[in-house]
Design a protein around this ligand. Structure first.
Ligand code: CA
Length: 230
C-alpha cells in the first residue's frame, strides 16, 4: 500500500535514512525537521501517516501529536512515534497522546516499514462492513462516522476500529491478544498493554454520553461490549 508519509525528525541522518527507505518502498515522502515546519506542510496537505520523532527542538513530537489529535482536520492522520526512550511509561504517554504505534531507536528500516504497513492496513475498512447500531450507538465504517444519540463521537482511528470490532461482536469476551489481531492486525508486534490504553481512550470518548460502561473489563479475560451493561 503506497502512502503519503510525512517524516518529522530533527536528526538529519535519521531523517535521510527513513526517507530513503520509504521512497524505496514506493511511498511519497515529505520531510520536516521540527514541529513548526511540519505544521506548515500539514496546513497545505494532509499525509496518510506521520513518522514523528518524540524529541524535537521547540515543540516536542508528543506535544505536536496531541495538537493534531485535538483538531478535527488532522485527527485521523496515522502517527508512528519514534523515540530514544525505552521506558514503559514513555510508551504509554506516547500512545495516550494519540500515537497509533511506537518505535524505540535504534530500529531497523525494515521494522519501520512493517509497522507503517500495519498501521495503514488498519485504516482500510474491511469489505462488507455495514452499519452497526447498539443501544443508541451507531457506527458507520464506510463513512468513518460514529454517533451516540445522534451526535458525532470524536474518535481516533484506532478507537474507531476498536469500537467497531467490539460492537460487531457484542456480548462476547475478547482477549487482548485477539483484539490486537483483529484491530491492529496479526503480527503487528504491539504489546497487549496497548489495547488497555486505547480502551481507556475509547471509554473517555463514550463517557459524556454515559455509555462507557458498555465496554466491560473481564477479569482475566479481556474486554466485552454489551448494550445492557451499566
Ligand atoms: Ca530528535
Amino acid at each position: 500500500m503506497v502512502a503519503r508519509v510525512l517524516v518529522v525528525e530533527d536528526d538529519a541522518a535519521i531523517q535521510e535514512l527513513i526517507s530513503v527507505n520509504l521512497l524505496r518502498a514506493g511511498h511519497q515522502v515529505q520531510r520536516a525537521h521540527d514541529a513548526e515546519s511540519a505544521q506548515v506542510l500539514l496546513h497545505a496537505t494532509l499525509p496518510d501517516l506521520i513518522v514523528m520523532d518524540w524529541g524535537l527542538p521547540g515543540i516536542s513530537g508528543i506535544e505536536l501529536t496531541r495538537r493534531l489529535r485535538a483538531e478535527v482536520r488532522t485527527r485521523a492522520v496515522s502517527i508512528i512515534m519514534l523515540t530514544a526512550r525505552d521506558d514503559e511509561r514513555d510508551k504509554v504517554a506516547g500512545l495516550e497522546a494519540g500515537a497509533d504505534d511506537y518505535l524505540t531507536k535504534p530500529f531497523s528500516p525494515r521494522e519501520l516499514l512493517s509497522r507503517i504497513a500495519a498501521v495503514l492496513r488498519r485504516r482500510v475498512p474491511q469489505a462488507g462492513d455495514g452499519v452497526v447500531e447498539v443501544g443508541g450507538l451507531r457506527i458507520d465504517p464506510a463513512a468513518g462516522r460514529a454517533t451516540l444519540g445522534g451526535s458525532e463521537l470524536a474518535l481516533g482511528r484506532t478507537e474507531f476500529r476498536l469500537l467497531h470490532y467490539l460492537m460487531a461482536h457484542a456480548d462476547r469476551v475478547h482477549s487482548r491478544a485477539r483484539i490486537l489481531d483483529e484491530v491492529w492486525g496479526e503480527r503487528c508486534g504491539a504489546e497487549e498493554r496497548t489495547v488497555d490504553v486505547h480502551i481507556r481512550r475509547l471509554r473517555s470518548a463514550l463517557e459524556p454520553g454515559g455509555c462507557e460502561a458498555m465496554i466491560r473489563t473481564v477479569r482475566g479475560g479481556g474486554y466485552s461490549f454489551s448494550a445492557g451493561a451499566g
